[in-house]
Design a protein around this ligand. Structure first.
Ligand SMILES: [Zn+2]
Length: 497
């Protein structure tokens, strides 16, 4: 037995098996059942989504000995010879290699003769946009007066390159990319029939890499089975494709969201040593953060193409995280991605961006501590008038002028009362309000550190008995010192962003 690649082995043989193109198959079935058959059809859409497969099924339905029937019998001589690709009256022509006028003239000669055995003589011309102008003109002459019982089915990925004179004589069907959910369900079920198992991560990566093309996905499956046998994991797919694994992206993102700069940078370091390039990591991280932003913002429609396994991770990460926080991280990373391409030291640029973003969320997290929050109001006021801060520091006085006045204006001294609409400028303000509403101390941001403020880790390590999240620190002694440091840290972030 010769080996059949999945794309051929699993090729749909009936309209109902064609995946995710119901708008096409239902129309064609109705046309057959009501006997309204045209002379020319144009199947357009991305590669590998079922255009020529549908054309073959249409040919089969029209020429089935028990038809024409929208449900061809699959067992008569006609059906079987179309399935095996050697029916005398169904000819498949590759437009890319038969693009000249001679081939079309020859076709015109043949088309004059009645079908040999079937009901219809059917020409399926793939990549029809590749024909030369002369060939198109010759083709047009046939279409202007098509011989009875001749049907043309054209397929193309680039309908714009097909002359209008041809287009206007065709019934046009636009095929769509296959949605991730349909594709992954299909792959899983077909694979399990072959004794092949795919984990969620593998399925997600295959679907993403295929870009909605089933043929690409199936070719990848062939490669994967050769690469890793019948038990396919996400790591196998990632290695084969050179893709950044979702778990790496989730780890880095989690580090940033927790304000754990060293954790995030370490994860990047490990990934680079695994062979990923800075560019690959950066691009993948941006795409991941973009999806995280959509999850945080609740934009479900835009997430249809994201594999379910990744969505689960994204939802976990987005838990309690305001979309504005993700938006600011994404802004930092987007800016850095441009720099990465220009930089002689792209790794440094990536690491710096990740650290900046981590510090930003760390500041965000700190802002939820009641004692620090109260203290910060004073610091903000001091940004306008340094004299107001008891023990004001040079760092505070030197705060950048661009951010400082905004802080003072928008937020008087009552943190909790700020309306969301007011919070729209400046990094700190963006974070300030959602933090109090959505990320109470001890939740996603700071909890994992297991102390009262991961943002002040260094002083914290020395002062093991520091204030807990539940107990607002008194405004004196070491706490005050810490808060001053914190204030400096946060204001310093305006320089970084
Ligand atoms: Zn049949």
């Amino acid at each position: 037995m010769s080996y059949l690649v999945f794309a051929r082995k699993w090729r749909p043989q009936s309209f109902d098996e064609v995946l995710s193109q119901e708008h096409v198959t239902v129309t064609l079935k109705n046309a057959i059942d009501t006997g309204r058959i045209g002379h020319a059809y144009l199947m357009t859409g991305p590669r590998g989504v079922g255009k020529t497969t549908t054309a073959r099924i249409f040919a089969k339905a029209l020429n089935c000995e028990k038809g024409p029937s929208s449900v061809p019998c699959q067992v008569c001589d006609s059906c079987r010879s179309i399935t095996s690709g050697n029916h005398m009256d169904v000819r498949e022509i590759d437009g890319a290699s038969n693009r000249g006028i001679d081939q079309i003239r020859e076709l015109r000669e043949q088309a004059r003769y009645a079908a040999a055995t079937g009901r219809y003589k059917i020409y399926i011309i793939d990549e029809v946009h590749m024909l030369t102008n002369e060939a198109f003109n010759a083709l047009l002459k046939i279409l202007e007066e098509p011989p009875e019982s001749v049907i043309f089915i054209f397929a193309t990925t680039q309908p714009r390159k097909v002359p209008d004179t041809i287009l206007s004589r065709c019934q046009r069907f636009d095929f769509r990319r296959i949605p991730v959910s349909d594709m992954s369900e299909y792959l899983r079920s077909e694979a399990s029939g072959e004794g092949i198992t795919l984990d969620d991560s593998a399925l997600g990566l295959i679907c993403r890499a295929s870009g909605g093309s089933m043929r690409d996905a199936l070719s990848l499956m062939d490669q994967l089975v050769n690469f890793s046998g019948n038990d396919i994991h996400g790591e196998d797919v990632a290695r084969l494709l050179g893709l950044v694994r979702t778990d790496i992206l989730a780890d880095v993102t989690a580090g940033i969201l927790r304000g754990d700069a060293s954790g995030a940078v370490d994860r990047i370091s490990v990934s680079l040593s695994e062979g990923y390039s800075v560019d690959e990591l950066m691009d993948a991280l941006l795409a991941f953060l973009r999806n995280l932003l959509l999850v945080a913002a609740g934009a479900s429609e835009s997430l249809r193409e994201v594999p379910e396994s990744e969505l689960v991770l994204l939802r976990e990460l987005a838990e309690g995280v305001p979309d504005i926080a993700v938006l600011n991280i994404l802004r930092i990373m987007t800016g850095a991605s441009i720099e990465v391409r220009r930089s002689n030291l792209p790794r440094v640029t990536l690491e710096t961006a990740v650290m900046t973003a981590s510090n930003l969320t760390r500041a965000f997290s700190l802002n939820t501590l009641p004692g620090v929050t109260a203290r910060l109001s004073a610091v903000r006021a001091a940004a306008v008038d340094p004299g107001k801060v008891p023990g004001g520091t040079p760092g505070v006085e030197g705060a950048p002028s661009s951010g400082a006045p905004d802080l003072g204006q928008d937020d008087s001294d009552d943190e909790g009362e700020m309306e969301e609409g007011e919070v729209d400028q400046g990094v700190f303000q963006d974070y300030g309000d959602p933090a109090e509403e959505q990320v109470p101390a001890g939740s996603a941001y700071g909890a994992e550190e297991g102390d009262s403020g991961n943002g002040v880790r260094e002083p914290e390590e020395e002062e093991a008995a520091g204030p807990s999240e539940d107990e607002p620190p008194e405004d004196d002694g070491p706490d005050r010192k810490k808060e001053q440091e914190t204030s400096q840290q946060i204001l310093g972030l305006f320089d970084a962003v």
